[in-house]
Design a protein around this ligand. Structure first.
Ligand code: ADP
Ligand code: MG
Length: 371
């Protein structure tokens, strides 16, 4: 059934607007955004679609193709329900706080971004919904302001202490360039992907929602380290600051990851511009080691997936991408090898760890759901 038919079957009238927003893969620069640092994500071809129509009352009716059941609430009555409706409620709550005039609406969403896989289905949902509401109620904000509203929805009512990368790239990114973002100034630069780069993205089959990660703990550690070092954010710490080594517990490693990852993002921009894939690959490998050893957000299964990729002679480098504690890996190879690498690595991983991976990039006709 088409989205249009699904909406009409659900609400007994056609949708008034149909919009979408992409998921994203972060090429490099993880856990830097909430430290005021640098990131380099790319929008995915996979998208979340949102179809909407106005209602005469102040109610919101919501349905997702990914989650069974009808959801409903009244505008102004938004409260956390610990389910996907929180993303919708978070969005309408920030619009109200921002004095954006909306009324009740019916909503249908459907997505081919794998949910909970570190590829930002959450920001794709928020951005698609905000695009739909902007069109439906003729709201006036630009794509950067839209991303900031989406970010406030996720850190606010949803309660996820994320940085601003995901919403910015889902709102402003495209599939053909990496979006260099300085998350402090919000300056953006589009860095075209070289034709000689083949990107592979494999979801590990480990849902980061279910692995109960320590994302919030890492964020708190960064804030504690910044306070002890008397800087606004870890972005502002010099790599050779002698006080880093004297920080308590695991804080020296956490700080080292943030500082070194920012430097790797800058180097990765240069490597993309120069189409220097061995250099890009070495940066991805170093980023993975840093996420695994210094930032401690990987898992043995993810390390295995990265190692299997790196064992392939056609692979330049590979790393965990996204928040960690499960999720996906990004692999740099050449375009003519990408399909073979994706299938071979996913198969070897499935055999080795007994999980069901999913090839997200390149988009393979028969291979999306099972290797
Ligand atoms: P990620 O952003 O890496 O996919 P998150 O945990 O940040 O993982 O967001 C996943 C959550 O977003 C899901 O648990 C669900 O609540 C919500 N979500 C995302 N996409 C959809 C969708 N298409 N339908 C319903 N809920 C969705
Ligand atoms: Mg998310």
């Amino acid at each position: 059934m088409t989205d249009h038919a699904a909406f009409t079957a659900c609400y007994r009238r056609p949708p008034a607007v149909a919009v979408s927003a992409p998921g994203r893969v972060n090429l490099i620069g993880d856990h830097t955004d909430y430290n005021g640092g640098l990131v380099l994500p790319i929008a995915l071809p996979q998208r979340t679609r949102a179809l909407l129509a106005r209602r005469a009352d102040r109610r919101v009716q919501a349905r997702s193709a990914q989650v069974p059941g009808d959801m409903s609430y009244k505008l102004g009555d938004e409260r956390r329900a610990a389910c996907w409706l929180d993303y919708v409620q978070g969005v309408t709550a920030v619009l109200a706080a921002d004095r954006q005039p909306i009324a009740g609406f019916d909503l249908f969403v459907a997505s081919d971004v794998p949910v909970g896989s570190g590829l930002s289905s959450s920001a794709a949902l928020e951005v698609a919904l905000l695009r739909g509401l902007r069109a439906l109620f003729r709201l006036e904000f630009d794509d950067t302001a839209l991303a900031l509203l989406a970010h406030r929805a996720e850190t606010g009512l949803v309660g996820a202490p994320v940085g601003v990368m995901d919403q910015l790239v889902c709102s402003r990114g495209d599939e053909h360039s990496a979006l260099f973002i300085d998350t402090r100034s919000l300056a953006l630069r589009r860095v075209p992907l070289p034709a000689s780069l083949g990107l592979v993205v494999i979801y590990s089959g480990l849902d980061h929602r279910l692995t109960g990660g320590d994302y919030g703990v890492r964020r708190a550690e960064c804030e504690q380290a910044a306070a002890l070092l008397e800087v606004r954010q870890l972005r502002d710490v010099a790599a050779d600051d002698p006080r880093i080594a004297a920080l308590p517990d695991a804080l020296p490693q956490r700080v080292r990851h943030v500082i070194s990852e920012n430097a790797r993002v800058l180097a990765a921009v240069d490597a993309l511009v120069a189409a220097d894939l061995p250099r890009l690959g070495a940066l991805l490998d170093a980023s993975h080691r840093s996420l695994r050893d210094d930032y401690a957000v990987s898992l043995p299964e993810i390390d295995r997936l990265v190692d299997l990729a790196r064992d392939d002679a056609a692979v330049f480098g590979a790393r965990l991408t996204g928040g960690g504690f499960g999720g996906s890996v990004v692999i740099a190879t050449s375009p003519d090898q990408a399909e073979r690498v994706a299938v071979a690595v996913a198969r070897a991983y499935a055999d080795a760890v007994g999980l069901t991976p999913r090839v997200v990039l390149p988009r393979l006709r028969d291979f999306e759901s099972r290797p």
